[in-house]
Structures are given as structure tokens and as C-alpha cells.
Design a protein around this ligand. Structure first.
Ligand code: ADP
Ligand code: MG
Length: 595
């Protein structure tokens, strides 16, 4: 086996959330500042600092760096350094608790409303809308006015005014998830609503909750400080950053350091929390993590340890593949999907590539022109030659110029490959214009002619139809028309008939067969159905677990399969009138490991 098992030293290319966070320099700086501050304020009781509340009227308003008072004293002679550390402790604790409370209740409301939908959703969200109708600081003031001033009441007020923020965010995401297939499946399996919300939905919204929290903590610390500044939060003599600012305000000109020092501290805390929060958001966002925003490379990453040359026999072939190896990068190293396969397709010939689902057929087909999405795909070895020219040593743009012109693809599910918002005529014309310098009208005329070639009735009229207005068989014909648009030499058909019923399948096969003979196309036909292979292929390669286990003329392989896996595949094609004997026959075949 020529599988490329990657050494342990070559670790995953997809970084963990923590690595992503630390790679972001600003976020890392924010993290270290906050971590240092947290250590400092947690250690406040054991630090060699004065009691923050000890009044010493004789030593009031001492300047910075005065004896025994590193940051000076305030208007009551209290040590500013001690008050700063204890005050930061209070501010951080209140801000963090407020955001935890807001996150808990807000997310709960969002989850329930989004999952329940209907009237429950309506009532909850209108309640949230009412909260949001007041300017939030006024609302916080009103709540404190009702509850009375005090640190705990300020905390509740800040938490309450921030609940809508979480509720709306989480509800929006939950609504999107509540009707996804995996939730329906959980419902069908008999799970209760509570357990669906907790085990299916919550894990999907958890990153969003953390992200929302990390971006609001700083804000809540500011709001708490704001309430204390107005005298509604921390009550004297207790220090928090807001109340220190408030007390220092009247001395701004005589002793500016009294208010500037807590001001700078608020700035540092909020700034570093926000930097960290942004970093956390970038690192945790599931779309960013899944690489949705990394655009795949134009050509699969090629990292060939071995560049098997095209053999002399392969040189004359339309398409020749030598020891091709393709893998996918994962946290455990590179997982091979295609493990060194070789085959050749001559002009005018049809080679069938057959194998069970997951055996690596599609990855092989996509590798030929570097179309495997990368990351995570990587071509780890071998070579592909088209008309004797090595594809993987070409420049990206040259490889791209082969796609759709010299080599065309037909895929399995035509509904997903066609754009739903353009007419099929426009899409075929677009395929023409991608490689040919023709006017819009000429392209359209060509498109209609192509639709006629693939035997779509009344092509001029059908060209104006949207994909959903066509039947499955017709859509697949449109796919074939697009493949033919630039007179390719090679067509790679990846299970083009699997989604179709048998009669339509037969028609499509006949069409492909006719086109091949008319145009001398080389056809690589991928399928898992030996019945289809028997119908159109000259030769067959049987693929299993990323390797070709047997190859030869279709008639030979069908008549005298050597590999037990091939025997089983052939036996799986039912014949009319066989009845139960078919299943019995399957049972008596030799066992193949893994089948
Ligand atoms: P099939 O023969 O049914 O067309 P594929 O060629 O699609 O099978 O897949 C072959 C193997 O490659 C499978 O084991 C599959 O899990 C793996 N694979 C395919 N695409 C990816 C991907 N994007 N990331 C990781 N593994 C993949
Ligand atoms: Mg496939």
C-alpha cells in the first residue's frame, strides 16, 4: 500500500481556538493585561497595601510618589493605590456578574422563544421589545430608583437592561436551527423538547453566547462605573472605579491625579477586554473556524513527495493518471483518501471507475484538475497527464484554463450544480462565454443548439426555464449541455445518473454513448452500479478504500471477476425474476473484509 501516512511531527494545519486567539497579537495583549489585573485584584487581601478605607485627614491630597503612598492620597487621605486595586476588584466582579446574569437569562429567553416559535415567541419578543424601547441608561436609572441605590441594585439594573441584547441574538440563531434536519431527527427519535434544546441547540449557540458576552463585558463595566459615578452604585466608603471618578471630579483642577488614575484604569480594563473579546469572537465564530471565510485555493495544494512520471504507455492517452495520491488534512495529520492509483483513458474510450460510496471516486475525479477544496485537500503524490502534458507542474491559471474547455465535468445532482436564479439558457451560455470570445446573442444561439444536442424538446423555449421548472432528467441533460459547451476532449461524469430513475438513466446513458461516438470523447464514467458500467464502458477499474483493486475489459471483469470485492459488486446487480434467490446468492458469496 502506498498510502501517505504523515509523520506525527507534521501536525494539523487547522489551529485550535486557543492558537487562533494567541496568533492575534492585540487579543493576546488584551488577554495578558486582563490576566495580570485579575491576578492583582484577586490577591488584593494579601498584598502589602493600606486599608483602602482608612481616613487620614492630616495626609490628604498627597501627590503621586509621596512617601508611603505610591499613587498619592485622596481628599480624605486614603491611599489611592489601595483604593484603585480594591475598586478594580469591585468593578470587575460587578461587570462580570452582570454579564453572566444577562447572558443566562437573555440566552434562556432567546432559546425558548426561538425554539417554541408561534405565540410564545411573540409574547417574549414583544416583552423584550418593550425593554428596548427605553434608552438603556434611563431604564437602569429607573430600576435603581425603584430598588434604591447600592452596588447590588446597580448590578441587577445593568444585567436587566442587557438581557434584550442576548435574547435577540440567541433567538435569531435558534430560529434558524430549530427546523434543521438534525433537530427534526432528534424529535423523531423521541427526545423531549428540553433535551433537544439542551443537547442539540445549545451546543450550536454556545459559541455565540460566549462571543456576545466577551464583547459586552467591557461595556457593562463602563455602565456600572457610570451608575457609581452618579452615586447610585457603590456607596461610600466602598471604592469602585466609578465612585472614585465621581469623588475626584470636584478636585479635577486642584488634584487631577485623584480622578485621572481611576479613569486610566477604566480605560485600560475596557480596552483590553474589548481587544480580547474581538479576538475571542474571531477565534470562536464557527464559520471562521470551519474555514468558510478562507477562500479555497484556486488549485488543490500540491505537495508531492513522489512525482511518478507518466509512463510511455500513458503518453499517447487522452488522460493518464500515475500513482495519484490525495489526502485531507485533519488534526491527526493527513488522512489519505486516494492512495496511489493509476489508469489511462484513450481517445474515444469509456473507462468506468466503480466502487462503493466513500471509496474515493469523487476525490479522484476532482484531483485530476486540482479541484479538491484546499484546505483541507492536498495532492501528496503522483501525476496526471492530459495529452501527455503534466497537469500538476502547470501554473494555476493554465490548469484553470483546462477546466470546462479541454476537460468537462458532469456531477451527480444537477439541482445543486445549477444556479436557481438564472434560466438554464443563460447558464449554458455562460459556460460558452467562459472560454470563447462570442457575443451574448451568439452564446445564446449556441446554448439553444446545445440544448437541442442533448435532446431537450423545444430547446428555444426551454432555454428560458429556470432549473426548478425542469425534470431531473432534463436538468441532467442541461448539465451535459454545459459540459459540451466548449467541445471538450475529456468528460468526467461523476455518478451522473444516480439521482435519476431507471428509464431516464437509460436515456442519459444512450445520449452520452452517442455523443462519445460522434465526437470521439474520452469518457471517465464514475458509478457504483455495475449495470451501468456494462452498458457503456469499454474498460473498468474497480476502486475500494482509495485503491484500484482490479482493472480490465468490461466483458472480462463481468465474466470472470478476480477480486472478491468485484464479485460482490457484480452480484449486487439484481436481475428480473430472480426473487429471493438474489438475496440468498449474496449471502453465500465469500466475505470481504470491511464489506
Ligand atoms: P465516493 O467514492 O463516494 O465518491 P469520495 O471520493 O467522495 O467517495 O470520498 C472518499 C473519501 O474521502 C471518504 O472517506 C471521505 O470521507 C473523504 N473525504 C471526501 N471529502 C473530504 C473532505 N472535504 N474532508 C475530509 N475528508 C473527505
Ligand atoms: Mg462521489
Amino acid at each position: 500500500m502506498s498510502a501517505t501516512t504523515t509523520p506525527a511531527s507534521q501536525k494539523s494545519r487547522r489551529p485550535t481556538a486557543w492558537q487562533l486567539l494567541m496568533n492575534n497579537r492585540l487579543a493576546a495583549a488584551g488577554f495578558y493585561i486582563i490576566a495580570a489585573l485579575v491576578v492583582l485584584v484577586v490577591a488584593a487581601p494579601i498584598l502589602p497595601i493600606d486599608n483602602p478605607d482608612t481616613i487620614d485627614l492630616a495626609g490628604r491630597l498627597q501627590p503621586i510618589l509621596s512617601d508611603g503612598h505610591l499613587l498619592g492620597t485622596d481628599h480624605l487621605g486614603r491611599d489611592i493605590l489601595a483604593r484603585l486595586i480594591w475598586g478594580s476588584r469591585v468593578s470587575l466582579a460587578v461587570g462580570l456578574s452582570a454579564s453572566l446574569i444577562a447572558a443566562f437569562f437573555g440566552s434562556l429567553i432567546g432559546l425558548v422563544a426561538g425554539y417554541a416559535g408561534g405565540r410564545a415567541d411573540n409574547i417574549m419578543m414583544r416583552g423584550i421589545d418593550m425593554l428596548m424601547a427605553f434608552p438603556y441608561i434611563l431604564l437602569a436609572l429607573a430600576i435603581v430608583a425603584v430598588l434604591g441605590p447600592g452596588l447590588m441594585n446597580a448590578l441587577y439594573a445593568i444585567a436587566v437592561v442587557n438581557i434584550p441584547f442576548f435574547a435577540r441574538n440567541i433567538r435569531g440563531i435558534t430560529v434558524g436551527l430549530a427546523h434543521r434536519e438534525f433537530v427534526d431527527a432528534a424529535r423523531l427519535s423521541g427526545k423531549s423538547h428540553t433535551s433537544i434544546v439542551l443537547t442539540e441547540i445549545l451546543p450550536n449557540v454556545l459559541p455565540i453566547i460566549v462571543i456576545t458576552m466577551s464583547t459586552t463585558v467591557g461595556w457593562m463595566i463602563l455602565e456600572t462605573a457610570g451608575l457609581s459615578f452618579l452615586g447610585l452604585g457603590a456607596q461610600p466608603p466602598q471604592a469602585d472605579l466609578g465612585s472614585m471618578l465621581g469623588e475626584g471630579r470636584s478636585l479635577l483642577f486642584t488634584a487631577p491625579s485623584v480622578s485621572i488614575i481611576p479613569g486610566v484604569m477604566v480605560f485600560i480594563i475596557v480596552m483590553s477586554i474589548n481587544l480580547l473579546g474581538d479576538g475571542v469572537r474571531d477565534a470562536l465564530d464557527p464559520r471562521l473556524r470551519a474555514g468558510a471565510l478562507n477562500r479555497p485555493l484556486p488549485v488543490t495544494r500540491i505537495d508531492r513527495a513522489d512525482r511518478s512520471e507518466t509512463s510511455a504507455a500513458g503518453k499517447g492517452a487522452a488522460l493518464s493518471v500515475e500513482n495519484l495520491q490525495t489526502g485531507f488534512e485533519s488534526t491527526q495529520g493527513t488522512m489519505p483518501a486516494v492512495k496511489g492509483i493509476s489508469f489511462a483513458v484513450q481517445k474515444g474510450e469509456c473507462l468506468g471507475l466503480i466502487g462503493e460510496s466513500g471509496s474515493g471516486k469523487s476525490v479522484t475525479a476532482l484531483s485530476l484538475l486540482g479541484l479538491v477544496a484546499s484546505p483541507p485537500g492536498v495532492i501528496t503524490g503522483g501525476s496526471v497527464a492530459i495529452d501527455g502534458r503534466d497537469i500538476f507542474s502547470m501554473h494555476d491559471t493554465e490548469i484553470a484554463s483546462y477546466r470546462g474547455s479541454r476537460v468537462a465535468y458532469i456531477f451527480q445532482d444537477p439541482l445543486t450544480t445549477l444556479h436557481p436564479l438564472f434560466t438554464v439558457g443563460e447558464q449554458v451560455a455562460e459556460a460558452v462565454r467562459a472560454h470563447q470570445q462570442v457575443s451574448r446573442n451568439e452564446a445564446h444561439a449556441k446554448a439553444v443548439a446545445l440544448l437541442d444536442t442533448v435532446r431537450i424538446p423545444d430547446p428555444a423555449k426551454r432555454a428560458a426555464a429556470y432549473p426548478h421548472e425542469l425534470s431531473g432528467g432534463q436538468r441532467q441533460r442541461v448539465g451535459i449541455a454545459m459540459a459540451l459547451a466548449n467541445d471538450p476532449d475529456i468528460i468526467i461524469a461523476d455518478e451522473p445518473t444516480t439521482a435519476l430513475d431507471v428509464t431516464v438513466q437509460a436515456e442519459i446513458l444512450r445520449l452520452l454513448q452517442a455523443l462519445r461516438q460522434e465526437r470521439g470523447l474520452a469518457l471517465l464514467f464514475i458509478t457504483h452500479d455495475f449495470g451501468v458500467v456494462a452498458e457503456i464502458c469499454d474498460r473498468v477499474a474497480v476502486m475500494r478504500h482509495g485503491e484500484i483493486v482490479e482493472t480490465g475489459k468490461t466483458a472480462d471483469i463481468l465474466g470472470n471477476p478476480q477480486h472478491p470485492y468485484t464479485q460482490r459488486l457484480i452480484a449486487c446487480v439484481p436481475r428480473l425474476g430472480q426473487g429471493k434467490a438474489f438475496l440468498e446468492g449474496l449471502r453465500q458469496l465469500p466475505k470481504v473484509e470491511g464489506v
